[in-house]
Design a protein around this ligand. Sequence first.
Ligand code: GLU
Ligand code: MG
Length: 448
Amino acid sequence: MDDKAREILEIAKKEGVLFIDLQFTDILGVTKSVTIPTSGLEESLDRGTWFDGSSIYGFARIQESDMILRPDPNTFRILPWTRGNAAGVHARIFCDIQTPEGEPFPGDPRGTLRKALAHAESLGFSYNTGPELEFFLFRNGGDVTEAVPHDIGGYFDFSPNDEAERVRGDIVNALQALDINVEMSHHEVAIGQHEIDFRYGNALQSADNAMTLKYAVKGVATNHGLFATFMPKPIFGINGSGMHVHQSFVNLSDGKNAFFDPDGTLKLSEVAQQFVAGQLAHARALAGVVAPTVNSYKRLTPGYEAPVYVCWAQRNRSALIRVPRYSPGREASTRVELRFPDPSCNPYLAFAAMLEAGLDGIERKLTPPEPVTDDVFHWTREEREAKGVDVLPGTLEEALDELEKDDVVRGALGDHIYVAYDRAKREEWEEYRIHVSEWETKRYLTSI
Ligand code: GLU
Ligand code: MG
């Protein structure tokens, strides 16, 4: 047992933690949890905990259902909302999943991201991400479809002692208690919409944090009689919720930001430009992973600050990749922001796919097109095509067809995950495709 494991055993004892939630994520990005009594923690840290994966989608066939959860001691956190619980305080640990032979299980999204990170490391880089999760808070009317946004605030609005302020305050406190360093939280553009940004870090840690943020936000909202949704476009006609991801590389050799070059285009190094070129080249297939629901494509439409076209720019928020400004002297914060992911994605798979797309640009030494300077939404189709600017897929089905054709993005997921993922997502699409919606009956019932 290493020092870290010993340290958490001590904390668990000192803080009176009675239960440990061993957590992992299925391929669709749902958090799964197996609870053990704290008395079993030492054994679990030493040898792992066996569990039956056969009932978890995309995990294993019946004949190979037993798998091992390997707790990652760095992710041990006491769940603040269970403090004072009569039934006992819980802590959680994220786990990696192994096969009975002790190999990384190919259906484990966390393991998939680890693999992509190892690829970047073999080229001398570590990959940092800073996701910005947007979400809506609704009143808990019982029926989700009848929910109404609980406030009438707008972008950066401040109303002291308003309900949303109090909820956001509680969410931020819960996140800080979970060791997530919240840098900013604010009201977003739409009614009832909010955003919480935490400090960037290694992509594995950021993906763990994004998962944690989602359940913490939902838990705190429930305590206030509200519910939180990360659905990308819950309301037609107003902004949807994105999960923009700020990305950068650090050189393993000298610890410096590998994306910065004072003489490069937009002050980006050659590596950064190739990374951008790779993500643009694979953007249409990436959509199938970073915008993975039927609803994601209702968000990726013109007019709501979400991207539609495959281009990059310095300021333009309609671009797929934006290069944010930073203050002089803060070269370490050079980064590129990918704007089409949304919070319905599985962050482990999204980061793995985004990284492999970028690395492909580096390995093939791709050159990105010129960054755009005007608002792409104002171009005609002809102008856009003349400049070689592609469009993102308009539906989940189109995105899945692109994913199917793209060896790099598919390769990032690996065969095991890709096959299960494609099956689940095609089923989702088919169910939607044959559904007769209210829009259709309104439009056609009496007019035809
Ligand atoms: N909510 C917008 C989106 O769907 C983004 C707004 C912003 O720029 O933060 O991506
Ligand atoms: Mg935002």
